[in-house]
Design a protein around this ligand. Structure first.
Ligand code: BG6
Length: 487
């Protein structure tokens, strides 16, 4: 849908959050434990640790990139601090927070459901109190005319499924996920239209995200296959329950530019981009792309499939592509080229771009480039469901003058607008990440803040949890009010 003058009039302006980083109430209202409840805080370049108990009763810890010993189960050490337990306490503040979102004029709000709040073990036992909590949140949003956008699963899995089934390595977990979907689709069929099946499944962190103990590619890709099947089944089921549902996928999109026009660098760029295109190809086209089948072959990876898996994938393609965009990266064929820091580990530094305090390259045009690449490739509606600037904010006499954040958003929104008006991209909405301060997923810190709303909480879990409007709050309110014509 090309717009000559700017954003479509029904454009979904809003903000985004995730249960494990925002909700808190980790044991309240009958919620079961999630894997992320056993992940301690970290800092920039200090990895967060998963705490666990071995079968012999001894305790241990590993980073999220390492494997857990066979048979180890998640363990919560009462002397450690785990950021998900309280987070910024949406659980007890949802009315206040939604009123603030409404004051900014949000048209939509993206939140995730915590699987273990709805099904404490992740199995087919439902916790009515958990469902009732989400229903109260949805009703509150609807009372202000704010459209709920639901991520069904964001970065975690009920700990019981990780401990007893080795998470997504088991096909049984497909059934449990589909049961979860049936429960929420049925309950909210007249209240929710937009869903996303999994957040950023191209990241695949073993135990914390998908509940598996091993970090071997064979195990991860087998688990991912089960996730693809579960997602495709959810899409079909959702459409059967309500044909008006819009069910999307969600990918972390970090476009890789070739370091130079040397053909070797260009080819490295293609290879790097395939890592994220692969998950989109499967979910948008309904089959594994040939380059990925070849990569499996070359790496000796064998994906075990059941007879009707391919038909399920083909029948369960998504309605739209949700993606996060924070930065671009660089691909190079020269292993001695300068490496980048922060979230771009294993990639290379772009000498043309500034970086944030956490080493993330700031590249507004990269958002337009991403929109063009995704729309040209798939011709599906796009939804920028995460974008934002993690920064340290200072409170001065109750005010937060976050002009750096406003500058970041201004530049990114201007590029989105050009993608719509000049490139003809069909973009349906924009939900900046952490529209209210929440815990950083990467580092577990509070001081890496994204919000338009400040929350008084520190890296040790101390603070009043009071909410304050930042300067960006008023700025974003005016952007929404003018439908993006005043930036
Ligand atoms: C995305 C995730 O990768 O980036 C969010 O979907 C995450 O959960 C966001 O919080 C920003 O990353 P970080 O590490 O700064 O919190």
């Amino acid at each position: 849908m090309t717009q000559e003058n700017g954003f479509p009039k029904d454009f979904l302006w809003g903000g985004a959050t995730a249960a494990n980083q925002y909700e808190g109430g980790y044991l309240s209202g009958g919620k079961g434990l999630s894997t992320l409840d056993a992940v301690a805080g970290g800092a920039y370049k200090v990895p967060r640790k998963v705490t666990f108990k071995r079968q012999d009763g001894s305790l241990g810890e590993v980073t999220r990139e390492e494997s857990l010993p066979d048979g180890a189960v998640g363990y919560i050490d009462k002397d450690r601090y785990y950021p998900s337990h309280v987070a910024t306490d949406f659980y007890h503040h949802y009315k206040e927070d939604i009123a603030l979102f409404a004051e900014m004029g949000f048209k939509c709000f993206r939140l995730s459901f915590s699987w273990s709040r709805i099904c404490p073990k992740g199995t087919d036992e439902v916790n009515e109190e958990g469902l009732a909590f989400y229903e109260a949140v949805i009703d509150e949003l609807l009372s202000y005319g704010i459209e709920p956008i639901i991520t069904i699963n964001h970065f975690d899995i009920p700990m019981y499924l990780a401990d007893h089934y080795d998470g997504w390595s088991s096909r049984k977990v497909i059934d449990y996920y589909v049961f979860l979907c049936e429960t929420i689709f049925t309950r909210f069929k007249d209240k929710v239209t937009y869903w996303m099946t999994f957040n950023e499944i191209n990241f695949l962190r073993s135990w914390t995200q998908i509940g598996i103990h091993s970090v071997e590619p064979q195990s991860k890709f087998q688990a991912l296959h089960h996730i693809f099947v579960a997602s495709a089944k959810a899409v079909q089921l959702g459409h059967a329950i309500n044909p008006n549902f819009k069910i999307g996928m969600m990918v972390a999109y970090i476009p890789a530019y070739p370091m130079s026009c040397r053909p070797e660098d260009v080819y490295e760029g293609i290879k790097r981009n395939r890592q994220q295109e692969f998950v989109m190809d499967v979910q948008c086209r309904g089959y594994y792309p040939s380059y990925q089948l070849k990569a499996f072959e070359q790496e000796g990876i064998h994906i075990a499939k059941e007879a009707d898996d391919d038909a399920i994938l083909a029948a369960g393609t998504v309605d739209y592509i949700g993606f996060s965009y924070y930065m671009s990266t660089v691909a190079s064929s020269d292993p001695n080229a300068e490496r980048s820091e922060g979230n771009q580990v294993l990639a290379y530094k772009n000498p043309y771009l500034p970086i944030s305090d956490w080493g993330w390259a700031i590249d507004p045009l990269g958002l337009r480039i991403s929109l063009c690449q995704l729309y040209d490739r798939y011709q599906k509606p796009l939804f920028v469901v995460e974008n934002g600037f993690g920064a340290i904010d200072e409170v001065v006499d109750g005010n937060i003058h976050d002009d750096y954040r406003i500058a970041y958003f201004k530049a990114h929104i201007a590029e989105m607008k050009k993608a719509i008006t000049e490139d003809g991209v069909d973009l349906i909405g924009y939900t900046p990440w952490g529209c209210i301060d929440l815990v950083s997923s990467g580092t577990g810190e509070m001081k890496k803040r994204y919000g338009f709303i400040y929350v008084d909480m520190d890296d040790q879990g101390k603070g009043s949890l009071n909410r304050l409007r930042k300067d960006s709050f008023y700025w974003y309110r005016d952007v929404i009010q003018s439908n993006g014509s005043e930036l």
